[in-house]
Each structure stands twice: as C-alpha cells, then as structure tokens.
Design a protein around this ligand. Structure first.
Ligand SMILES: Cc1cc2nc3c(=O)[nH]c(=O)nc-3n(C[C@H](O)[C@H](O)[C@H](O)COP(=O)(O)OP(=O)(O)OC[C@H]3O[C@@H](n4cnc5c(N)ncnc54)[C@H](O)[C@@H]3O)c2cc1C
Length: 480
C-alpha cells in the first residue's frame, strides 16, 4: 500500500468518522475545520456553567456505531489498541422513545398498558419493530453490495404498493387516526413531510421503540469526541479554526495555508463544496426543515411526570407540513422538549431543557422574545401542565435559529440539507461518493445521506471510505 496524503474537510461526524478509518488504515490524514469545536452540528455548549448539546439529542440505530467500531478495529494491525480501549462510549437507553402530546391526548411510545392506542401500537410494533437490523444493513452497506437485496426485500414486502409513509399509514384502517399522525410526524426527524418520504420511514418509530433510543453518558457530543480521539490516536491531525476557502484538483487552500494532498474527502454540504470549487450553486434546491432551538437552565426541576423527551404536536399536522413547504411560520409546530434533571446524563448541578421548535428554512434569526417562540413556549407549558410557564423558569439561555444553521450549508438553515423526491428519500438517494471525473475527491456526511441523522452519516462514512480504500488497494488490514 502507498501511504497517501489525505485532507478531510470538516470535523462534523461524517468527516471525523472517515478521518478515523483512513488514518487507521495507515494514511496521512489532516482534518481542517472552520469552527473551534469538533462535531459540527453536534456541538456542546455551556450555559451558566451547565453542559448542553445543541445538535442531535438522541442516538438511534446504535448498531450503526457498532459496525463503524468493528471496521475501525479491522483496519488496525494485530497489536493496535481496539476502538473501545482508545475511546470508550457509554450509551444509556432512555426508558421510552418519548411522550407524545396530540389533540388533548398523550401517550408514551411504546404505548403504555391501559391506553386506548395500546392494541394498535402493539400490532404495529410487532410487525415493524424487528426490522431494525435490515435498515442497519441498508444504512451501512454499499448499495451495490449483495447483502442489501434480502434486507430490502424483507422491508418492502411490508409496504406493498403504498410506497410513501402517508399512503402506507393511511391504509392501516385498524389504527386509530391520531396514532397514525403520531407515527407519521416522525418523518420530520428526517426533515420532510410524510407524503415526501418512502414508507420505510413509517417503520422507524417502531424500531426506535424495539431497539431503544440512546444518549451517551456526558451527552451526544461524546460521540464526536470519540471519533476525534480515534482519528488522532491513529495519527490524524485535526486543525480547528482553519476555514477552507477553495478546493481544486489536489489543492486545498485555507485562510492560513495551502495543502497539496493526493486525495480530498469532503464532509461538507454539497452546496458549500460546490461553492469552494467555484461551481455555480443551484438556488432552487428543495430543502428539509429548519429549527429554532432554545437551550436553557431552569430555576427548578420540572414535575416528575415530565420524561426526558417530550414531543408536543401541532393540532393540524397537515397545516405544519404546508407551512414548511411554503417557508412560512406555522400557527403551531412540532416541538420537542428535552429535559435533563441535574446529574442525569450530563455532569450538571442544575436542570436544563432544550426546546426545539420545527421551523421553515427561512434563514431568519429569532430570540426568546420573538412572538413565535413565546407562543410555542406558552403552548408547551400548557400542554405539559407545568405549574409555571417555562419562560418564567428560565434563568439563562442560548438560542439557535435558521440563520445559524444556514452557516452549515445555506438553504435557509435546512437541518438535513436538500430534500429529495420521495422515491429518492432515505437509502435510495443515489449518493455520489466520488465521480470518474474527479477521482481525487470523495464525499461523506449528511449531504451524501440526507435525512438520516447520525446512523446514516456513520453508515455513509463507512461505505464511502471502504470504496476509497478499495480503490487504493487497501481494503483489508493495515500493513504491519
Ligand atoms: C438541531 C438538530 C437536531 C438533530 N437531532 C438529531 C437526532 O436527535 N438524532 C440524529 O441522529 N441526528 C440528528 N440531527 C442530525 C445530525 O446532527 C446530522 O445528521 C449530523 O450531525 C451531520 O453531520 P455531518 O458531518 O454530515 O455534517 P456537519 O455536522 O454539518 O459537518 C460539516 C462540518 O464542516 C465544517 N465546515 C463547513 N464549511 C467549512 C469550511 N469552509 N472549511 C472547513 N470546515 C468547514 C462545519 O463547520 C462542520 O463542522 C440533528 C441536527 C440538528 C441540527
């Protein structure tokens, strides 16, 4: 094997994962990141001395992390330390996926005993819950790999001809309509409406209930820290606060240096990469949703009935989907409240909340006094039956909004980048890892696997990096 000089642009989860695998395989890897932290959208901040994650809040499909770690271990020499010894990651399973509030009713997922939705949920989970391993296979294997075929066949025999999430769920006449809405709104976790995603996405909440939703002890940014440690332990260097300003054939220019690598791996949004290559960026790209997120420290714990992850749905989900499409603020939105008591998951001595409001990708900025934010916080406080309005309990806060998220790739702050038509959603997005025209340039990250969050980003990094290593004749083990 010839040791190649590889520049990875972006220390988001995608860039870091690929840097870890490539350096473990023996290459000379440098990661260039414009910001002063590792993790990109998965960022850790301090508010009044309390640690809060501002990006992803839940880890789903933990088997994707396992597959990544296995591959990392395989790429080492016989004497190399294993991933878990270098950077242990302790995932804690939450007791429920979340508590869902909709039109005056509420239920946990999985639905609890005695609830009117219980029989329908149990039937749904029994059918869809066991499909997690097939989805993981599709997320972590090359689309051309033979392993994909039986997994896809197993999945798609469930949906018949009802190929979008909406059509599939509408056809389940035995399921109460409100439960159908609760399941279908999960597609917004991938940034798009149920009519714009493959039926496969209907399966996700059942898999999340069966396989669990998880948070690393210390917070989700621990995953980014782990990836960075694996990369650096394998010899990669990670340069923070070094913004790339242009990318051309085997040449990467930053604000302070010029690099001449053999190979470039981009963990950037497609539009950002096109801009850096001097290409015209398509303006009309359809976008996934954005968000307004308030990260706050509270003066008191919330009532014991408030679970870690609450989902407060709008009364009319269709109106929300229409608003997001037209990029206008909705009358009511899908809101998440992530609540951590002092000492739970995070090393904090005060309670914290993250209030995440689904918002259109309009590139605007909002603060705590914005009418939409105030209105939704009042609604959340009422729906959860809090003794005092949330706004009165907040002692300190930070807020992020579409304008901030737009910094990661434009499109008005779309959290999951460009959205595809439903037949190209999820695993059928026809990812461009590399092209014959520019074999020196490889891509990883959310823009190659839109809508999938952490598992898709890790799976995509695995697939793309494996292809790259194979093309270098370096697919198996690092030479001793
Ligand atoms: C609010 C929010 C909630 C989410 N919730 C979940 C969740 O609960 N579960 C889940 O699985 N997923 C969730 N996600 C999605 C998940 O965070 C993303 O899919 C994932 O973090 C994307 O990683 P990435 O590496 O592809 O991109 P990014 O994190 O965007 O990484 C790209 C990196 O490139 C850097 N960069 C950009 N331009 C340059 C330049 N010119 N020079 C150098 N560096 C540059 C950026 O600073 C960034 O660090 C959420 C996302 C958000 C924003």
């Amino acid at each position: 094997m010839t040791r190649r000089r590889i520049i990875v642009i972006g220390a988001g989860l995608g860039g870091l994962a690929s840097a870890a695998l490539l350096s473990r395989a023996g290459h000379d890897v440098t990661v260039l990141e414009r910001n002063g932290w590792v993790g990109g959208k998965s960022r850790r901040i301090q508010v009044a001395g309390q640690r809060i994650d501002t990006g992803p809040s839940l880890v789903t499909f933990p088997a994707a992390i396992e597959k990544f770690l296995q591959r990392f271990d395989e790429l080492g020499t016989r004497d190399s330390r294993k991933a878990r010894e270098i950077a242990p990651l302790d995932l804690q399973r939450l007791p429920e996926v979340g508590r869902y509030f909709f039109r005056g009713q509420s239920a946990n997922l999985p639905v609890e005993k005695g609830h009117a939705w219980k029989p329908a949920w149990d039937r749904f989970e029994a059918e869809h819950g066991p499909l997690g391993n097939h989805i993981t296979t599709m997320l972590t294997n090359d689309p051309w790999d033979a392993a994909i075929v039986p997994a896809a066949a197993q999945l798609f025999r469930h949906y018949g001809r009802r190929l979008t999430t909406k059509k599939y769920l509408d056809g389940l006449s035995w399921m109460p309509e409100d439960l159908r809405e609760v399941i279908s709104i999960h597609t917004l976790n991938a940034g798009v409406a149920p009519s714009a995603t493959l039926a496969l996405f209907a399966t996700m909440p059942a898999v999340m209930a069966t396989d669990g939703v998880w948070v690393p002890t210390g917070g989700v940014n621990e995953l980014a820290q782990m990836l960075a440690r694996l990369a650096m332990e394998s010899g990669a260097s990670v340069h923070l606060d070094e913004r790339v300003t242009s990318v051309s054939r085997r040449r990467v220019v930053t604000e302070s240096a010029t690099y001449e690598p053999d190979i470039i791996v981009s963990g950037l949004d497609k539009g950002v990469l096109d801009g850096l290559r001097g290409k015209k960026v398509k303006k009309s790209r359809s976008a996934s949703c954005s968000g307004i997120a308030v990260f706050a420290v509270l003066d008191t714990e919330l009532p014991s009935s408030v679970v870690t992850h609450s989902v407060i749905m709008p009364d009319e989900p269709d109106d929300l989907y229409a608003s997001l499409k037209s990029r206008t603020l909705p009358a009511q939105t899908m809101a998440f409240l992530n609540y951590y008591r002092a000492g739970h998951i995070y090393p904090n001595d005060r309670p914290t909340v993250a209030i995440l409001l689904t918002a259109p990708p309009n590139g605007k900025s909002y603060d705590l006094t914005s009418e939409f934010v105030q209105r939704e916080m009042t609604r959340i406080s009422g729906v959860l039956g809090l003794p005092r309005p949330l706004a009165d309990m907040i002692t300190d806060h930070a807020i992020l909004h579409p304008q901030y998220f737009a910094g990661f790739g434009g499109l008005g702050g779309a959290l999951y980048g460009e959205s595809n038509p439903w037949w190209r959603s999820g695993p059928f997005h026809s990812p461009t890892y590399s092209s014959r025209l520019s074999p020196w340039l490889w891509r990883v990250g959310a823009s190659v696997h839109p809508g999938g969050g952490i598992p898709a980003v890790l799976g995509g990094a695995l697939i793309s990096t494996n292809r790259l290593l194979r093309s270098l004749g370096n697919g198996q083990h690092r030479p001793e």
